[in-house]
Ligand binder design. Structure first.
Ligand SMILES: O=P(O)(O)O[C@H]1O[C@H](CO)[C@@H](O)[C@H]1O
Ligand SMILES: O=c1cc[nH]c(=O)[nH]1
Length: 232
């Protein structure tokens, strides 16, 4: 057991899906996996291990924001030796080609958080990036399955309510979507030499104001979850 995860050694698979929302973790486990075991209830940040087509896989909720996901990713890697970490999250569309329900693969994760500067010091702007093997597989599968998908730079913001950032400038520089965890996931994967990818579903659009309904979100989540379960 680690500080925030109540699993014994060996109870968590080498590959873990990481939704922010604990109820999304429950939904994934109950609808996509068989033989499930709920190994974590601490803080209601549910974690499950089960089988997907015979392969052992875990789903661990991370909560919202960089501090919260950093706790879970650190413990999953350092205490449970997890090798492959795939975030399955929602994001706000920013780019004009990105629409609600689309899937975005985070090739890189830009941020206004201080985590990068605090890691490397002020002289270096390290670029947190996805694992290329996971990213290229996800792109191939998304294309083959006819999903509406994009790949590129995403923004991982420290604040959900944030009117201080010049979002138009970020859009002009190619940022596709905004969310709140991917930079920490990619930074920690780089630190510990693990493989990570963020697969995001666009739930709303910051510029057009489009929003998904709860039902639409469920269906489009299924594309993202299927993708995350298939990449290895
Ligand atoms: O849907 P999840 O995975 O929680 O991700 C997004 O939703 C939350 C904000 O509503 C933030 O955690 C953001 O990154
Ligand atoms: O962080 C997030 C997640 C979804 N939608 C947003 O606008 N921001």
């Amino acid at each position: 057991m680690s500080t925030h995860i109540g699993a014994s050694k060996g109870e968590i698979a080498e590959k873990v899906l990481l939704p922010g929302d604990p109820l999304r973790a429950k939904y994934i486990a109950e609808n996509f996996l068989t033989d499930i075991n709920r190994y974590n209830e601490i803080r209601n940040c549910f974690g499950y291990t089960g089988l997907y087509k015979g392969e052992r896989v875990s789903v661990q909720a991370t909560g919202m924001g960089i501090p919260s996901i950093s706790i879970y990713v650190n413990e999953l890697i350092q205490e449970y030796d997890v090798q492959t970490l795939i975030r399955v999250g929602t994001a706000g569309g920013m780019g004009s080609d990105v629409h609600i329900r689309d899937v975005v693969l985070g090739q890189a994760a830009s941020t206004d958080s201080s985590i990068v500067t605090n890691t490397f010091g002020p002289g270096v702007n390290f670029a947190p990036i996805a694992d290329y093997g996971l990213l290229s597989q996800a792109a191939k599968i998304a294309e083959a399955e006819g999903m509406k998908w994009h790949v590129g730079n995403v923004l991982g913001e420290d604040r959900f309510y944030n009117d201080e950032l010049d979002k138009q400038k970020l859009i002009d520089y190619g940022i596709l979507a905004t969310e709140m965890e991917s930079p920490a996931l990619y930074l920690l994967a780089a630190k510990f030499h693990r493989r990570a990818l963020a697969i995001l579903t666009i739930s709303n659009h910051l510029v057009t104001g489009e929003e998904t309904t709860a039902e639409e979100r469920q269906t489009s989540f299924n594309d993202m979850i299927n993708l995350a379960l298939q990449v290895n």
